[in-house]
Design a protein around this ligand. Structure first.
Ligand code: DAH
Length: 376
């Protein structure tokens, strides 16, 4: 290589070395390899050379150009890595910093979600699992397996939303209650050989074609099921009393069973809890009034058999309660429809601060009860 070319190479390599950011490096690149760059100019001199000179210098100049290009590429990688490291160091977040005071007041947990969490926490403490099933359900699970055969009047009782029928099948339904999860979960347990015994709750959305101050087309229930060899009504009564006392955060709460009828239980009972009114306040756990909060009973052997369980060996209890109703009673929200209107002012008033996760250890809810006072 000519002395000039060598000198040029040394100069450019020094400039690359000295470039300490992307812009400086780009300037070096344009100055060397750009259209009017020094290396490009050198390459252009080949045109004026004799064939012999060109044969010698051509490859040398090309090597020079490639060397410079490679050096620029390498430097670019180094600079980018350094820039990333610097940026990461600069943008470090201190995760141990406390939440900004205002942040926790921005969002709110809906009372229904809060109550679901509370219910799950209380039953988990009693050894219940949480089971789930689909909102769009087959008539088999919603009715037939629960001992509600076709043409049974109870199918009409439920004001069912039917889906469009598939060509070859019967229409699916929006589940009218959480009871189908009983059968699904027992069948799964049988298949996986994880039960019986069974002990679970199933909270979730339910649907009926109904709308007034105390009914919305979509609402929430929590189902409970216990199946074992010796499960009896005493267990049911204690479970419900223990649940209600924990949920309403009172020492004791008495319940009363009223005879009723559900196709999936035998006997069937309505659950009433003890309460009274003090002005417009509802006081639970004392007094001589009773408020209905759900249905219950001993699982009908037909339901066990539909789930493939030996009904001569196993028996169980079941219950179903309205979650929205529990929320209204505990937090004093008078109109059910407001629960589903997505009015932020309502949510700000009745909602819960997200970082206050309900648990038995810290008290279930940190919210002061507006219309509920505990009877101690
Ligand atoms: N599924 C019933 C309803 O929605 C409520 C119910 C009653 C559930 C009795 C039960 C039960 O598990 O045992 O009206």
């Amino acid at each position: 290589m000519s002395a000039d070319a060598k000198k040029l190479e040394a100069e450019i390599l020094a400039a690359i070395d000295a470039a300490d950011d992307a812009a400086a490096l780009e300037a070096v690149r344009v100055g060397a390899l750009g259209k009017k760059g020094s290396v490009s100019a050198l390459l252009k001199t080949l045109g004026g050379m004799s064939p012999e000179e060109r044969q010698i210098n051509g490859p040398l100049f090309n090597v020079l150009r490639d060397t410079i290009a490679a050096a620029i590429g390498a430097k670019k990688t180094t600079l980018e890595a350094a820039a990333l490291t610097a940026r990461l160091a600069e943008e470090t977040l201190d995760m141990t910093l406390p939440v900004h005071a205002d942040a926790q007041f921005e969002g709110r947990i809906h009372p229904v979600s809060q109550v679901m969490e509370e219910v799950a926490a209380i039953f988990a403490d009693m050894g219940f699992d949480v089971a789930e099933g689909p909102d769009i359900e087959s008539q088999f699970y919603n009715f037939t397996a629960l001992n509600i055969p076709e043409a049974h009047p109870a199918r009409q009782m439920h004001d069912t939303f039917y889906m469009q029928a598939e060509e070859d099948g019967e229409p699916l339904v929006l589940r009218t209650h959480t009871s189908p999860v009983q059968v699904r979960t027992m069948m799964e347990g049988q298949a996986e050989k994880s039960g019986p015994p069974f002990r679970f709750i199933a909270p979730g959305r339910t649907y009926r074609c109904d709308s007034d101050q105390t009914h919305t087309p979509m609402f929430h229930q929590v189902e409970g099921l216990v199946v074992d060899e010796t499960t009896h009504m005493g267990h049911l009564k204690h479970t419900l009393e223990a649940f209600l006392a924990a949920f309403f955060e009172v020492e004791n709460i008495a319940i009363r069973f009223r005879p009723s009828y559900f196709p999936f239980t035998e006997p069937s009972m309505e659950i009433d809890m003890q309460c009274h009114r003090d002005g417009d306040k509802l006081v639970v756990g004392a007094g001589d009034e009773w408020m209905e909060i759900g249905g219950s009973g001993m699982v009908n052997p037909h339901v066990l058999r539909h789930a493939g369980i030996d009904a001569d060996k196993y028996q169980g209890f079941a219950f179903g309660m309205g979650i929205d109703r529990l929320a209204m009673l505990k937090y004093g929200a008078p109109d059910l429809r407001a629960f589903f209107e997505a009015d932020l002012r309502w949510l700000k008033h009745y909602g819960f601060v997200p970082i206050d996760v309900p648990g038995l250890a810290g008290g279930l809810s940190n919210k002061s009860l507006t219309t509920l006072t505990s009877a101690k």
